[in-house]
Design a protein around this ligand. Structure first.
Ligand code: UT7
Length: 337
């Protein structure tokens, strides 16, 4: 239960300029636009430039959210970054971003929960605000997954994309514009299903790990698919039940954007009508921790978050982790293009 209500007051996003279409990928991989779009719903993705890292995208998204909210970087009390493609193992990407946006002195840390990271970070940031430990928390999902991909592995290369999204959390005036609650979970039985095996302390970098491609994302797609459809429904129902809401009360459903078949199956099982489901997967692919804030921004731009909507966000990913956030939205400030 919130000690004081917390709102998501502003959003900012940024994606790399370069667009890579399915046809582009089929020039170097044994795949096709037909396979990728029918099996995943993805048509194109943004890919970062050489030398462009997660903090470069995250800093632009963060600055845009702050500008939209008319909040100075120095006024932030905390910066939390969720990413599975951090600039480095350490220091944190949050530290890099704080330097780039001019928030020197602000506490900043990264949080690791793979693609569910944005929801975990939202829950963490909201707790700081709810408890009165912070007034303004910036939560950022920033990914350059393209640099963790084996571009010869068609099972993963076609799915991911790069991007970043940031939201500002602040105390809310009332429950009418506040986060309702969260459901978070983790199933450690799934650690082998989706991971990046080497470069950490379990399999340190060596000529052998390099030669055997252990520094790239490995995924058992069909098992993750089954987990995802199951857990989105379970977690979505859990957060609704916990807070006495029904699926009919949800105005907008924003699931993590990994595969349109996962989204459609989960929405059907949950009983969310298609017109209440938000998806932009087609244009970005799976941007991991950035997918939900990218959707929030586009939903606000399209007038689908105008104030008063009950929004259900559900993430899932390696761990295997899952997380839901139910939020009554007030005005979601964003920079108008
Ligand atoms: O953020 C969370 C992380 N990830 C996910 O949520 C991913 C979840 N999983 C998925 O989205 C799907 O499982 C995939 C899109 C990865 C794969 O779709 P699928 O319908 O489960 O296909 P599959 O893995 O069962 O493979 C079917 C066939 C196989 O060929 P055979 O054995 O039937 O001859 C694959 O080798 O499709 C083949 N295939 C491809 N063909 C063309 C796999 N990837 C490709 C490809 N292009 N890119």
């Amino acid at each position: 239960m919130n000690a004081r209500p917390v709102k998501i007051s502003a959003v900012g996003t940024h994606v790399p300029e370069r667009v890579v279409t399915n046809d582009d990928l089929s020039r170097t991989l044994d795949t096709s636009d037909e396979w990728i779009s029918s099996r995943s719903g993805i048509r194109e993705r943004r890919i970062a430039a050489e030398g462009e890292a997660a903090s470069d995208l995250g800093a632009v998204a963060a600055s845009r959210a702050l500008e939209a909210a008319a909040v100075r970087p120095a006024d932030l009390d905390l910066i939390i970054v969720a990413s599975l493609s951090p600039d480095m193992l350490f220091p944190s990407t949050a530290s890099f971003i704080s330097g780039k946006i001019g928030a020197d002195g602000t506490p900043a840390f990264d949080l690791s929960a793979a693609c569910t990271g944005f929801i975990y970070a939202l829950a963490t940031g909201a707790s700081f605000v709810a408890s009165g430990q912070a007034e303004k928390v910036l939560v950022i999902g920033a990914e350059v997954v393209s640099k963790m991909i084996d571009w010869t592995d068609r099972g993963t290369a076609v799915l991911f994309g790069d991007g970043a999204g940031a939201v500002l959390l602040e105390p809310a005036e009332s429950e009418d514009e506040a986060i309702v609650g969260f459901d978070l979970g983790n199933d450690p039985a799934g650690v082998e299903l989706l991971n990046l095996p080497a470069g950490g302390s379990r399999n340190p970098a060596s000529p052998e790990t390099l030669a055997t491609g252990q520094h790239f994302i490995k995924m058992n797609g069909s098992e993750v698919f089954k987990f995802a459809t199951r857990v989105i429904v379970k977690s979505g129902r859990e957060v609704l039940a916990r807070h006495g809401r029904r699926i009919e009360d949800v105005d907008l459903f924003i699931p993590h954007q990994a595969n349109i078949r996962i989204i459609d199956a989960a929405a059907r099982k949950l009983g969310v009508p298609p017109e209440r489901v938000f998806s932009n997967l087609e244009r970005y692919g799976n941007t991991s921790c950035a997918s939900i804030p990218l959707c929030l921004d586009e939903a606000a731009a399209a007038g689908r978050i105008a104030g008063g909507e009950l929004v259900l966000m559900v993430g899932f990913g390696a761990g295997l982790t899952w997380g839901s956030c139910l939020a009554r939205m007030g005005e979601l400030k964003r920079i108008q293009e």
